[in-house]
Design a protein around this ligand. Structure first.
Ligand code: CTP
Length: 394
């Protein structure tokens, strides 16, 4: 697909570099059209090197190719990120005083705009009116995130994360093949309290589960994300149920799964918890304590057994390290048979793989342990292949 990435002059322009990478990695041609001010923040060589295409900002460059018309005409999708208050104003009033605004006037492709600015500017009646005008005309304007802005100030006005923007943009033109389905995704890692300050936990960041939630929403699904101590922001447009322990996760997943078409257990759930957490902080006595643990319920195996709804597809994950007894895949096969899920997504962990990384490399097994797909790449790309596999189950 041919995508135009418009970039305007704000501090968040650096995040558009990551957005460009994501769109390129997803296999798209991206033509970057920065405004002149954007080039004050990130220079032309960066855009040219990462897009592999020439970069122009002015209607008087490359005049022989009539770029001010051609770029917009050829685009399948236009994304502007970050979009300053100035860009919103110029787009809303139909100006065409640089290549980006000319492209916006010419294109008939879907347009997604991701504003980023100070809260005062975002909330100013002029900006509010410009956003309303653009939305009336069918432009998709993302809500900015809240948080730390350029200075010490905080509030709404931050550019959403590049993954969010890419998913929202691709959703405008991508398949809506999960529309009408309710999917439940568990993500993150549970924490089992030892006392009010300490817990037994694990290294899961929740990135792969969040990517699954984000991509399912982009493909039209209604998504419930049961998030255990996520270290990445939950995506927009999904229902988030925050949990901490394995027991809470089990309750939340089972409650949401009652009317779910698909349940994906991407969370790293503790297998054991302390028998009785102390009510007050455990003191150092000089005698190392012996922890007495009790097994938690295996939520995945229980879901696969109970099938809370007819025809529900249950998907599990298996984070494995190879050892003397068996390879990663052999451990995965044994787990697929043991758990009874319809699909098991196996990934190797350890040695910097899996936890906390942005890339993943997985093998998807069916319930009998047969390989049905292999894929690697960004966690969003992996998530899309998982959804393709779920969809193809029928
Ligand atoms: N899982 C679960 N409930 C648990 C433990 C795990 O639902 N109490 C789910 C995970 O969400 C994941 C799958 O089971 O989808 C596999 O988790 P993993 O920890 O790899 O499996 P275990 O059964 O704990 O196997 P082992 O630790 O022996 O590898």
């Amino acid at each position: 697909m041919r995508i135009v990435l418009g970039v305007t002059g704000g501090i968040a322009a650096y995040k558009a570099v990551l957005l460009l990478r994501l769109l390129r990695e997803a296999g798209h041609d991206v033509r970057v059209v920065p405004t002149r001010a954007a080039l004050e923040f990130v220079g032309r060589p960066t855009w040219e090197a990462l897009s592999g295409q020439p970069v122009t900002t002015d209607v008087f460059e490359d005049v022989d190719q009539v770029a001010h018309v051609a770029i917009g005409q050829r685009a399948d999708l236009v994304v502007v990120a970050p979009a300053t208050a100035d860009l919103l104003a110029r787009a809303a009033t139909g100006q065409a005083d640089d290549l980006l605004t000319a492209t916006l006037l010419v294109t008939r492709a879907p347009v997604l705009v991701a504003p980023a600015m100070h809260t005062e500017m975002w909330q100013h009646p002029a900006t509010v009116a410009n956003v309303a005008t653009l939305r009336e005309r069918g432009v998709h304007v993302l809500e900015p995130a809240s948080g730390r802005l350029t200075g010490a100030d905080t509030g709404p006005g931050r550019l959403p994360e590049p993954e969010e923007i890419a998913a929202a943009a691709l959703a405008l033109v991508g398949p809506r093949d999960l529309a009408g389905r309710h999917v439940v995704v568990s993500a993150g890692g549970t924490r089992e309290p030892l006392d009010p300050v300490r817990y037994l936990g694990n290294r899961s960041s929740g990135r792969q589960g969040v990517a699954l939630a984000r991509t399912a929403a982009a493909r039209g699904a209604r998504v419930t994300l049961v998030g255990a101590n996520l270290s990445v922001p939950a995506p927009h447009g999904v229902d988030v149920v925050p949990v901490e322990t394995a027991a809470q996760l089990r309750d939340a997943v089972r409650s949401a799964a009652k009317d779910a078409d698909v349940v994906v257990m991407a969370a790293a759930v503790a297998d054991y918890r302390p028998v009785s957490p102390a009510g007050t902080k455990l003191k150092k006595t000089g005698v190392p304590p012996v922890l007495e643990l009790v097994e938690t319920v295996d939520v995945l195996a229980e879901l696969a057994h109970d099938r809370l709804r007819d025809g529900q597809v249950v998907v599990g994950f298996a984070a494995e390290t190879g050892d003397d007894d068996a390879s990663v895949l052999e451990h995965g096969r044994a787990k697929a048979l043991r758990k009874g899920a319809d699909l098991l997504v196996v990934n190797a962990v350890g040695d910097g793989q899996g936890f906390g990384t942005t890339e993943n490399d997985v093998t998807i097994l069916d319930g009998s342990g047969t390989v049905v797909a292999r894929t690697s790449g960004s966690k969003d790309a992996v998530a899309d292949v998982i959804w393709d596999t779920v969809r193809d189950l029928g």
